[in-house]
Write a protein that binds this ligand. Structure first.
Ligand code: SF4
Ligand code: SF4
Length: 161
């Protein structure tokens, strides 16, 4: 398992990304969750061409009052959120996440997240036949990292002058 990224204590109170979730499940996610003893029908359903996490009463089936029931085994998409792939912009931090701006300044986590997002999209292509414009992906990824580094440089200037 890779390092946990984009984790903040505030997430425990927020949980916005686990409400009415649209999270796509990859075959590797389904296998991993099944290996915990959950039947596929209990947590996955086909919606708009993809297997996705099921919602029960408007919340992800795995969300409890104490957080995610399968936290260490959660789907790859949950692990990298709020990093998502936008068809027009490439990799972006979802502006719907209240901490998107905070995470946009964590360059190391962004780098790891971009590698994980690449893996997510590769599996999406293989399994769902979804086509990714990889030039677009690279361009967007570079832009995110440039913005992050620029912010770091600006902070240093501010601190040391
Ligand atoms: S929406 Fe953002 S801030 Fe809220 S729980 Fe998800 S990752 Fe954390
Ligand atoms: S699997 Fe866990 S992290 Fe992912 S949406 Fe469900 S409760 Fe949230």
């Amino acid at each position: 398992m890779e390092l946990d990224i984009f984790v903040e204590p505030y997430c425990l109170r927020c949980r916005k990304c686990c409400i009415e979730t649209e999270m796509i499940l990859l075959p590797s996610d389904i296998e991993r969750i099944r290996s915990l003893g959950y039947e596929v029908e209990r947590f996955a359903e086909l919606r708009n061409g993809f297997y996705r996490l099921k919602n029960v009463d408007g919340r992800c089936v795995f969300l409890t009052d104490r957080g995610c029931r399968i936290y260490r085994y959660r789907p790859l998409g949950c692990r990298i959120y709020p990093l998502i792939f936008d068809e027009d912009l490439g990799p972006i931090l979802d502006p719907e996440c209240p901490l998107a701006n905070v995470f946009s300044k964590r360059c190391l986590e962004l780098e790891v997240g971009i590698r994980m997002l690449r893996r997510f999209l590769e599996e999406l292509e293989r399994f769902y036949g979804y086509r990714i414009d990889w030039d677009h992906f690279e361009e967007g990824a570079r832009r995110l990292l440039r913005q992050c580094t620029a912010w770091g440089v600006a902070t240093q200037r501010f601190s040391f002058t």
